[in-house]
Design a protein around this ligand. Structure first.
Ligand code: SAH
Ligand code: DHB
Ligand code: MG
Length: 231
């Protein structure tokens, strides 16, 4: 039981209804986004894509900072990638990292359907390796990074992101709440430890300003961390 004696299932239903209302009113998906979301079922991680209103939040963040270059850790079916690619516009560029070949094939079809494939590069392989290669190649800095792959590697992905961004860049880390598990310092779940470790790294880094926000909705109870690199 939580809040005012509401059973958890009752509140989850209400969260879902509110999300459905917001999405319907403000962040409607077109056919390409619907198809990408639905094809998520055929991936290795059904239902792991961001909610439509979180996809729109990523897009708005890109537009608010005038992002031209975006880096994403974890492509899945390309659902969040489509939101990001549309937000950077025709002259923008999204690089997205994914190691599951079947997911990559699904994502490529979705990116094509959404007509953003020309501005998206899917780098296939372990995200840490691809990011390292970008660093070694001297990739032009990214304006926004979305970290949404395997959670135990979050600290490594943040470190790579710092080598691939500039002062003023924004970094978003998904799934930092996980039904509240994040507050358990003794958690045996490596995903929880990955989140806790990256939060500590952020707090210890003088270059970073950050906050974390809990969300409820169509994805249950979770949340994200929003970071601005100041120097
Ligand atoms: N950003 C997507 C969801 C990503 S789900 C969206 O919101 O639409 C997480 C993805 O990370 C999965 O596709 C999974 O295969 C991928 N992944 C997990 N570990 C990885 C690794 N070590 N390297 C690259 N990709 C990885
Ligand atoms: C998981 C990963 C995600 O990126 C997500 O949005 C939801 C769930 C997971 O690892 O279970
Ligand atoms: Mg996620």
């Amino acid at each position: 039981m939580i809040g005012g004696g509401l059973a958890l299932y009752e509140s989850e239903e209400a969260w879902r209804e509110v999300d459905a209302y917001f999405v319907q009113t403000l962040t409607a998906e077109d056919e390409a986004l619907v198809a990408a979301r639905e094809s998520g079922r055929e991936t290795s991680m059904p239902n792991a894509e961001v909610a439509p209103n979180q996809g729109k939040l990523l897009a708005l963040l890109c537009q608010m900072i005038g992002a031209r270059r975006v880096l994403e850790f974890g492509t899945l079916a390309g659902y969040s990638t489509i939101w990001l690619a549309r937000a950077v516009g025709e002259s923008g560029q999204v690089t997205t990292l994914e190691f599951d070949k079947d997911n990559v094939a699904i994502a490529r079809a979705n990116l094509e359907r959404a007509e953003v494939h020309d501005r998206v590069e899917v780098l296939v392989g372990p995200a840490a390796d691809s990011a390292q290669r970008l660093i070694e190649e001297g990739a032009e800095p990214y304006d926004l990074v979305f970290i949404d792959a395997d959670k135990p590697s979050n600290p490594q992905y943040l470190k790579a992101s710092l080598a691939l961004t500039h002062p003023g860049s924004v970094i978003v880390i998904d799934n930092v709440v996980r039904n509240g598990a994040v507050t358990d310092p003794g958690s045996a779940d490596p995903r929880v430890q990955g989140v806790r470790a990256v939060l500590t790294d952020i707090a210890d880094d003088q270059r970073l300003e950050a906050t974390a926000v809990q969300t409820v909705g169509s994805k249950g109870w979770d949340g994200f961390t929003l970071i601005r690199r100041s120097q």
